[in-house]
Design a protein around this ligand. Structure first.
Ligand code: SF4
Length: 326
């Protein structure tokens, strides 16, 4: 691991100033991904700015939204009674991620900032445009079983590894950030990026910008929800495919729907066209299958992940059936 300096910030402004001034400084909270990246030589920050003392751990439900501080722990949010009652999709998705020990360390902001688990990204002997722009992509033409089927580019086919973010994009969350130029809000769907020609950029944060909170508008998705995660082993594995499904039903008729997938793209992948195809339909397997077919338009597989072209639509149908079987 390269030498680095370490400072502890006691206010958001101090943290932002400390990161903005350095060329290669990073915020650190739980460190569950960043420390691995540093040990492997994938990231080599010259300065770490510890933000754990900042007052960003609150979880507050108001009349129209849920506010979650960026430093709230994944385990705390998943177990929060308000979250479990009003936003159960988020709780389920959080509990599908990592292990209990990791959830006890990882924060909401850190979960959003975690980087792809593409094995070539972590192997500094291999080419990787995300780690070293212009070096090539080891996964295209390599072992790409875990990789994207939507939104990839000829520079990078990696997927975002989060479960929590799949639920947040489905629930129309907003990201609150503050930085050298002040505060702003970013719709969750616009927070992470597709790789395009700049796969080294995972998200749309500017230099020195700090995530302070995530807010989710109140919604009717308290009952007919399901987070399905398909993975190689039952615990502590990243998704081959995951589906966040939420339905608002009037009897057996779908009034509104939310669908998003993980493990399929460089960002959490919202299935807006599939959602639209469900509205006004009855909640039947046949209609779920039609929505899954709509969702798979423009999917493209690589040498080792063509199984996802079947696994993904089957997972959408299964998640919707589970959501309606409660
Ligand atoms: Fe790197 Fe992306 Fe290619 Fe993986 S898929 S090797 S992260 S450029």
């Amino acid at each position: 691991m390269n030498p680095f300096s370490f400072v502890r910030a006691n206010s958001p402004k101090a943290a932002i100033d400390a990161v903005s001034k350095g060329d290669n400084s990073r915020f650190i909270a739980g460190g569950t991904n960043l420390l691995d990246l540093m040990k492997n030589g994938v990231m080599q920050p010259e300065k770490l700015v510890d933000i754990n003392n900042l007052p960003l751990k609150d979880i507050q439900l108001s009349k129209d939204k849920l506010h979650i501080g960026a430093l709230a722990l994944n385990s705390t949010v998943a177990a929060d009674n308000q979250v479990k009652a009003q936003f159960p999709l988020l709780s389920q998705a959080l509990l599908a991620g990592a292990s209990q020990q990791l959830r006890n360390m990882a924060t909401v902001g850190g979960n959003m900032m975690q980087r792809t688990r593409c094995s070539y990204f972590y192997d500094t002997a291999m080419p990787c445009n995300k780690r070293q722009p212009g070096s090539g992509c080891g996964a295209i033409g390599g072992v790409n079983r875990m990789h994207a089927i939507f939104g990839a580019s000829d520079k990078c086919i990696a997927v975002h590894p989060s479960d929590m973010c799949v639920a947040l994009v489905a629930l129309d969350a907003t990201v609150l950030v503050t930085g050298p130029k002040g505060e702003r809000k970013i719709p969750f769907a616009d927070f992470h990026r597709l790789p395009g020609d700049t796969p080294e950029k995972d998200n749309n944060l500017g230099k020195g910008e700090l995530i302070t909170a995530v807010e989710i508008p109140n919604n009717p998705y308290t009952k007919n929800i399901y987070y399905l995660k398909v993975r190689d082993r039952a615990s502590y594995a990243f998704a081959l495919v995951s589906v966040a499904a939420a339905l608002e039903l009037d009897g057996n008729v779908i009034k509104s729907a939310r669908l998003a997938m993980g493990g399929v793209a460089h960002k959490p992948w919202r299935l807006a066209a599939a959602e639209q195809s469900l509205i006004g339909k009855t909640a039947t397997e046949e209609n779920f299958r039609v929505a899954a077919t709509v969702a798979m338009e423009n999917a493209k597989a690589y040498e080792h992940n063509s199984f996802k072209l079947q696994l993904a639509p089957n997972s959408i149908v299964t998640a919707l059936l589970k959501a309606t079987s409660v």
